[in-house]
Write a protein that binds this ligand. Sequence first.
Ligand code: ADP
Ligand code: ZN
Length: 617
Amino acid sequence: MTSPGDAHEPDDQILGTLRRVFGYDAFRGPQREIIDQVVGGGDALVLMPTGGGKSLCYQIPALVRPGTGVVISPLIALMQDQVDALRALGVRAGFLNSTQDMDERRLVEAEFAAGELDLLYLAPERLRVDSTLQLLKRGTISLFAIDEAHCVAQWGHDFRPDYLQLSALHERWPDIPRIALTATATPATHAEIAARLNLTGARHFVASFDRPNIQYRIVPKSDPKRQLLRLLREEHPGDAGIVYCLSRASVEKTAAFLVENGIEAVPYHAGLDARTRAANQSRFLREDGLVVVATIAFGMGIDKPDVRFVAHLDLPKSVEGYYQETGRAGRDGLPSTAWLAYGLQDVVQQRKMIDGSEGDDEHRRRLAAHLDAMLALCETVECRRVRLLAYFGQESAPCGNCDTCLTPPKSWDGTIAAQKLLSTVVRLKRERNQKFGAGQLVDILLGRKTAKVIQFDHDALSVFGIGTELSETQWRGVVRQLLAQGLLAVEGEHGTLVLTDASAEVLAGRREVPMRSEPERPARTASPGRSGKAGRAPAADLPAEAVPVFERLRAWRAATAKEQGVPAYVIFHDATLREIATAPPASLAELGTVTGVGENKLAKYGQGILDALAAED
Ligand code: ADP
Ligand code: ZN
């Protein structure tokens, strides 16, 4: 692939800004084209995955065009950090939102009116007050950037009514270019954004949704907390990461479990008071190596670049959700792990939740379709990434960096097993008028005389003990896969299992049932991380002599970040520190050529780095 930057003149102002201000060598993916479009005064609708590099697409045009770039963003809690990060680069940035007092607001307003800001971040609710429009009229605007643009979509779960006001901006400033950005991939949302923002004439840019540095792994769930602990200890010691759980209770339990086992972890969910939540989020952003255990309430807009793993202890409700959440790993491009533990209970629970959900049948059908797509991803014997990208309409080849590529699972003909299990359901219903959950069915198939089997006289059934060729784990796998394939259904409060319309085809021998093998010792996760591509402590796989240097630089960064009250990554990313540690520069000029070291950071931190390099410990 040729670098888009190469096609332009060496004295090119846009490329120059990338190098001078941000310290990066070349543009990524469609960044250059997008920037050209906006600098040229055109509108753009940008679809790019999390970590794809959306911010540069409006930050550079705002620096190149005269006036202030106005950025509408719903992520109020993160504006301070975003502005700090820009200021560290020497960019004149400010924000206006409800967290500020009058004096702070006045100051920013004065800077804007005096033309002293390159970028102004605005919370959408500011658009409701007339004084904001009056203010905007007093300055020169270079562009409007609409971040998290899917918030304008009425049917999405992030809908913000204030986003509808954005069309008023366009009516007032029809000639100012607009750029709308989102990581939400579905074509329907895309079309709705274009329609509601009146962006029908905009050029559309769709980046690849592949995140090659993320290793996708989906493992059978047996003892999830212990499986997680093993993953963290063996592959991610000292790393920052996010662990997602479905319920508040399991968030609390899992966080406590990790802390008991010597891992620094904090909980995050909507049931915590706002102060604790903000404090935990802020610690996660500011400290190195903290683990957040959270419900999906956590994460939107978190642009911490060095999240090394995202672990799911429960099945996400949709592929979109899974993709968004896992996308928070590895924004810095370094190897990262997306790990999901998934089991029979997840399927039972989610099917029950859908049955009991409010709304009409159509709504339930939609939820079920989302779940089915997620289950298909879990049960596939093909490359996970190929499946994932195909879901977003993008074609690809097997990736070599997911569990199914690294350790291809075996598939087997599960038709007979399926028939045995389904007949057990049939017998119970016909002969006893009973329904049971997975546990009892498996006990019957294995011929176990448990108290409950004896109580219900189930050892007298003709199917009792007909399934001893498989283990309990394997039978649970069979149930799970039948549920995933819609050949069995969950009913009611107790998760009892019943036939579906499609079950008859299997019982009649008209339909084969391919299945994915269950690893016999499911507690052991495959560790493809050993292959060297992913899953390492930040310092691992650096040359031995670079490790102490890297640690020294990290300590310097932590101290500097604390002193200045900014997150560590605002100073330098891990990737930059790794590059410095591997080939320590001898002078400021040499340091200036390292990726991520722009002019301003060189001036501000250059000497500090050289001193840290010179210090022996
Ligand atoms: P998004 O908003 O799309 O999730 P960001 O704008 O936060 O992504 O960018 C993700 C990371 O990639 C950031 O750390 C950013 O500094 C880095 N980045 C963006 N563009 C480039 C580039 N051209 N070269 C190197 N790093 C880049
Ligand atoms: Zn793969």
